[in-house]
Structures are given as C-alpha cells and as structure tokens.
Design a protein around this ligand. Structure first.
Ligand SMILES: *Cc1c(COP(=O)(O)O)cnc(C)c1O
Length: 398
C-alpha cells in the first residue's frame, strides 16, 4: 500500500473542468440574465433533479432565503424544521421572522414523521426536511401529513443530490426544494439551486435574488409583482458564471460521479457486514437510495472498549480522514431561533432553555463520517480507509 494518501478534495480538478473554466473566462465573468451559462446550468440541473425549473443562487443559504420569501412566510407564521440539520436549513426562516418549531430525529438523523403531530399549531404553515447525510427522509409519511394538514412541504436536499425515496427523486416531493452546490455531490464551488414545478413560486424566487434585465425577461408581465421587476425586492444573490461553468462540467459527469460513489459506498457496506462495532448508516434500499454526500457510519459503544472520539482519533493517527461532525447539532437551542424580532437589541440575547431531543441526541452520539471520494485514482485511499476501519474495530472490540 502507498504510504502517502492524497488529501480528499472536492471536486476532482481534471482537464475537462479546467477547460470549462478557461472557456468561460473567454466568454463572460458576469451575466445579468439567464441566456448564457447560468441558464444552461439551470436547465441541466432541473433535468438532473426531474423538476420543471431551477434557479441558481450565490449560495444554498441564499436559495433557502428565496424559498422562504416565495413561500410567503413571515412574522406570525410557523414552520416545522428538523432540530438535527446544518443550521442554514432554518436560519433564513428565522431571519424573515418566521417562528421555527423543531422536530426530533429518527434513527437516520432525519426528521421523524412521528413527532410532527406534536409540533403542529394553528400557525403552522409549512414543513421543511433535510435528507441528512444523503439518506432520504420518510417522504411517504411526511408528504401525507402535509397534505392532511394543508401545509407547504419544502426540502433541503443539500446532502442528497442523487437520493430518491420510493423511486422518486428527492427535491420533487414538495412545492420547492434547495440544493446547496457548495462542497456537495454536485458543486459549483459556492452556490445553491432552488427547484420547483410552479410558475408563480419560480417568479417570486427570481424576484427575491435577481433584478432588472433577468426579471424583465422572465417574469410574466400580467403578474402584479412584475411591478418590482426593475428593483427586485432589495437583495441580489446571483450565481457566478464560473460557478455555472463548473456546475455544467460536473452535471456532464453526473453518471460517473454517481456510479463511482455508489461503488465506494458498497465497498464500505460489504467490508462492514456483520461488524459488531461499526455499521454504515443506510436506508433500506427497498425504500430509498442514498444521496452520496459522505460515508455515514454508526458506532456501537456497547460493543467497544473506547469512546467514539478516541476511536476516530486513533484512525486519524493512521493517515485516515474520519470525522465526528460538529456543525450539525441540535440547533433548537441556538439563541437566533428565540429572538422576538430582527430588531431585538444586541444586548438582549434571549435566554434559551435547553429542550431535549432524545432522537437527535442518540443519533449524534453514535454518528461519524468519512469522505466518499469517487474519482479516478482514489482506489488506494479508499482501500486504506476501509482496511483501517476494519482493523481498528477489531482492536477495540469488547
Ligand atoms: C451546505 C448546506 C446548506 C447551506 O448551503 P451553502 O451553499 O453553504 O450556503 C444548507 N443546508 C444543508 C443541509 C447543507 O448541507
């Protein structure tokens, strides 16, 4: 085995990616409308997801903000969000004065549909889910709950670009969905994409993050809000042309990225079959397909002699790249979600009582991850990670 393992980077910068960026440098560094590379990227992305429309933004967070505004949510409204997610699933809603009510996690770290009825009030207008670490949420149960209670269903698919539930791609279950294209399975460097099938929601999202030329070209003149086409609504969160060029290159390789990443995931699943200490976190393949963001792993304390952190430290001393994620946590207890309004004084930080979310806490205690790699030349690194993991589980097994 080679002693030097390349550090994981994403995406893999190859000749086609360099050529795509170089070509775009000769065309345009900034597009004011969707007629160039940005529109091209959006059309391909919509096709990739299986939705009618896609709009590119400067970040996933900006796209989530547009989603909140297009949904018409504001002060007085409540949205149910997962307490276990990357915080940007929920922070744009808090920014707009929407009260975010948090639901607990199931055994995959996903929003637990069984907890939804406990979070419903007369002010609930919408539910947002995140397909955590690529595993699709139970969309059958969640969509049924939203239908029965007339709630708008929204999806944060930032971890789940290749995921599906019951044969249906994620991002197509609700009124709108967002895919971050930061360091995610399909990347534009920085960026985010909002997808929807609905003309009005598309136009409202456009008006939130774009203005002037593009809004004049693409917003129906008979719509009352076309009056704001020149100015937009006060924000601008357009994507960059170089990002769109990178995204188009990545979408052109989507099948390769998917097949290689599925192979890598399968090699972990195979090597860990029957392992008493570590198992992959994967939904039943009969129910859904993983979205290929990371290799998610579950640690069984009761069968091991060391803590999860010690286990991961020992692995990383052997040139491996395993990680107990820190930025995804129980976010319900963050003070941002307890402010009375955007104008609340900086001196007056809200007191936050610590609410327990046993499902999320159970998941967090046992979860760790490693990169999925998925590019030419990664075989040695994958082998190294898989064999280190198997070896280490033998060393710590009770
Ligand atoms: C990455 C991510 C975001 C935010 O996207 P940015 O492009 O980084 O702004 C939102 N939600 C989830 C679940 C993410 O992983």
């Amino acid at each position: 085995m080679s002693s030097t393992i390349d550090r994981y980077t994403w995406p893999h910068v190859d000749d086609s990616l360099r050529r795509a960026v170089d070509r775009q440098l000769g065309v345009s560094l900034s597009d004011r409308d969707g007629r160039g590379v940005i529109g091209g990227f959006e059309a391909e992305f919509a096709q990739f997801v299986g939705s009618r429309y896609a709009i590119a933004f400067s970040s996933g967070t900006a796209a989530l903000h547009a989603m909140c505004v297009a949904a018409g949510l504001g002060p007085g409204d409540e949205i149910v969000a997962p307490t276990y997610t990357f915080f940007a699933t929920a922070t744009p809603f808090a920014y707009e004065g929407v009260r975010v009510v948090f639901a607990d996690a199931d055994g995959f770290g996903n929003l637990d549909p069984a907890d939804l009825p406990n979070r419903l009030t007369e002010r609930t207008r919408a539910v947002i889910v995140t397909h955590m670490w690529g595993n699709p949420c139970d969309m059958t149960a969640i969509a049924a709950f939203c239908r029965e209670n007339r709630l708008m269903l929204l999806e944060d698919c930032s971890h789940a670009h290749f995921a599906s539930w019951a044969g249906q791609p994620v991002g197509t279950f609700g009124a709108m969905a967002v895919f971050s294209t930061n360091q995610k399975p399909i990347t534009t460097g920085e960026g985010g994409v909002l997808v929807t099938d609905d003309d009005r929601l598309r136009e409202l999202a456009l008006l939130h993050g774009h203005y002037n030329k593009r809004c004049f070209q693409e917003i129906d003149e008979s719509a009352p809000y076309s009056a704001y086409a020149l100015t937009g609504m006060g924000l601008k969160s357009r994507a960059t042309t170089l990002g769109a060029a990178i995204g188009l290159d990545q979408l052109g390789k989507a099948e390769l990225i998917e097949s290689r990443r599925r192979e890598v995931l399968a090699s972990y699943a195979e090597a860990l079959e029957g392992n008493p200490v570590v198992s992959p976190v994967l939904v039943d393949p009969e129910r859904g397909e993983n979205g290929l963001y990371v290799v998610g792993l579950r640690y069984r304390y009761e069968t091991a002699t060391v803590t999860l952190h010690e286990f991961v430290d020992r692995l990383n001393q052997k040139q491996a790249d395993f990680d107990v994620p820190g930025s995804t946590n129980v976010i319900a207890n963050e003070p941002l979600f307890h402010r009375s309004s955007r104008q609340q004084s900086w001196e007056d930080v809200p007191e936050v009582g610590h609410t327990d979310y046993p499902g999320a806490q159970r998941f967090i205690r046992s979860f760790f991850k490693t990169p999925l790699w998925g590019y030419p030349g990664d075989a040695a690194a994958i082998d190294h990670h898989v064999s280190m993991l198997v070896e280490m589980t033998k060393a710590v097994q009770r």
